[in-house]
Design a protein around this ligand. Sequence first.
Ligand code: HEM
Length: 280
Amino acid sequence: MPQREAGEVAAVGDRQATATAESTPRRDLSPRALRVLGAGLGGGIVLALLSVLASDGAAPGTPLRQSLAIAGSLLLLVPLAFSLGKRSGRSRRTPAWFSAHVLASALGAVLVTAHAAAGDLLSPPGLVWLALMGLLAQGLAARLLLSRPLSTLFSSRLGSFREAEPDLRERLRVVIRRKQTLLAALDPAADEALFSPNLRHALRHPWLTWRYARLAATEARLVGRGEAGLVLAYWRRTHIALALLFLLGLIGHVVLVLFFAGYVAGDGPVDWWHVAAWGG
Ligand code: HEM
């Protein structure tokens, strides 16, 4: 394990960024590709909405629209696989996974819109659709509007912050030493400059992982990423909260239409593919 001294403070962020960039092939989507994708997504959603106006008697439960809903929902589960893969520590090609997650969500959203728009959008499943739209808009906006200004903020604030805190070096040295001591127990083979805990560490050593994460957060704040990190963390948390709401809503909707079809249909006929018509 290389010994990081406090004198290397200025290089901490740079070293980690360079090391990550060297060890991970960049297959991320460029801002231009993301903009094209955003435009395609918007166009696809408008077309899906128009398809409902153009067809007489369109209903979300027709064989075609229900199949689109199933295909779209499966595609929308790719981000979940992405999220779990990232945290398991097994995925070595995170940027490729990131592209897959964006593409799959965009296509899935268009298919699901062709299904949902044929019904009443001012209904509980309509809220699931709205959560999905919010999720996509927020995710795209975060990527396009937030990452560039933040990188400027990282580089511009570092110097002034250090001048304002003369004891910064000493405090950083203490934090890094503590991280190294913890890491020796948490993952002895890991390099502290490159290490970040994943799901496997959290499951095996929850307490050590939590303490390590706290120290890493303190270190990030001390080297000047605090303000930027806070904005990013807020956006990420909102994104994850919206995604969880969407996922819970989707599960609830699918369970209701497939198993409690009688309840969903009310006095009308159950005219869609289902497993049981409980609650009728
Ligand atoms: C993100 C995924 C989904 C969204 C946002 C969504 C949204 C909607 C909306 C807004 C409606 C109309 C509700 C109404 O008119 O009261 C609806 C109805 C329906 N959905 Fe979905 N849905 C999704 C996935 C699915 C899946 C995966 C299935 C099948 C397994 C499905 C099956 C149905 C059926 C059968 C109806 C018709 C129920 C009725 O006629 O009252 N949906 N959905």
